[in-house]
Design a protein around this ligand. Structure first.
Ligand SMILES: C[S@@+](CC[C@H](N)C(=O)[O-])C[C@H]1O[C@@H](n2cnc3c(N)ncnc32)[C@H](O)[C@@H]1O
Length: 301
């Protein structure tokens, strides 16, 4: 007996056969998702069956990516896989679950809840093949969390503490060094470029700004740079204080003018306030900034 999909008259078997064809190589599993979306049109149970089938055929891949299964189940149960959701999937809460599982320093604290912010901003990277760099490894929790959330990403961690080398594995690479040391970044970028860079390192305002100045120019076009724990801009022992000129929050506020540079540096109509200054690298390359409590996402053009 063949089960027919009422919307386009294709059988489940035909869809399964197509999956088999596209999944010659385990690595291109990203193509599962559109197929699951298609299967969902036949009903959620079918999508579940399709996933089970897929797991049998590609057992190795699924075994190496246990968190992906949880994510898939969550999406199926919550009906997140829809036509419109093909490319822009909604937040599932998976990142928070992974943060709690691996004890990443990113959620559950009374001041900040970064996982929701991250999931809202980075969901478009979910199944992409890309590389993520995080400054600040500590006990390795966040690197394991990223590995679980992004099944196709290379994860790189940098920390000043040599003990962090123990957290390297098949998809996680660790470098030891100081985030303000440009020679460290020469070594790291010789091997890899990045689409996402996260600063969760020393958190002193000068460290945050030096690292940003060194790394943002090296971030891939279309990438995102994230600075965590911006509350140190209000803490004197980290170089902060409300409204002080050289804090990281003040540094980032200037980029709001930078995003709008044309309106005061290069006006097309006569205006006395035009400065005629040359746009800086950051004026030209920062596309947008997105602030939440304690964290900022800076997008590159
Ligand atoms: C808040 S912890 C990182 C937590 C981790 N990202 C997580 O979410 O689970 C900060 C880490 O930054 C490291 N660190 C401090 N100063 C640094 C520096 N100048 N360069 C690189 N890493 C630094 C510390 O050794 C520590 O492991």
């Amino acid at each position: 007996m063949s089960l027919r999909c009422s919307s386009n008259n294709r059988t489940l078997c035909e869809v399964l056969r197509e999956i088999n064809d596209v999944l010659q190589d385990h690595v291109i599993h990203k193509q599962i998702l559109p197929k699951l979306i298609e299967a969902e049109k036949m009903g959620k149970r079918m999508a579940g069956k399709l996933m089970e089938y897929n797991k049998q055929v590609f057992a190795d891949w699924w075994e190496k990516n246990p968190d992906y299964e949880a994510d898939m189940k969550l999406r199926l149960n919550k009906n997140y896989i829809t036509e419109e959701g093909k490319n822009k999937q909604e937040s599932t809460g998976l990142l928070k679950k992974l943060a709690l599982k691996y004890k990443a320093d990113k959620t559950g604290d009374s001041v900040a809840n970064y996982t929701d912010n991250y999931e809202a901003q980075l969901v478009s990277f979910k199944n992409k093949f890309f590389a993520l760099l995080e400054i600040g490894v500590s006990k390795g929790g966040s690197l394991k969390m990223w590995k679980g959330y992004f099944p196709n990403a290379k994860i790189v961690g940098v920390d000043i503490d040599h003990n962090c080398l123990q957290f390297a594995d098949d998809r996680i690479k660790i470098y030891i060094g100081d985030q303000t040391d440009s020679s460290l970044w020469d070594t790291v970028f010789k091997e890899q470029s990045f689409d996402i860079i996260i600063d969760d390192g020393g958190h002193h305002v000068h460290q945050q700004q030096i690292a940003f100045n060194l790394l943002f120019p090296r971030l891939n076009a279309g990438g995102v740079y994230v600075i965590e724990d911006l509350h140190t801009s209000y803490w004197p022992d980290f170089g902060g204080q409300y409204n002080k000129a050289d804090t990281t929050v003040s540094f980032l506020k200037k980029f709001i003018d930078g995003v709008n540079w044309r309106w005061y540096k290069e006006l097309s109509r006569p205006n006395e306030s035009c400065t005629h200054e040359k746009p800086t690298y950051f004026d030209l390359n920062i596309k947008s900034l997105h602030f939440y409590n304690g964290i900022c996402f800076i997008y590159k053009k």
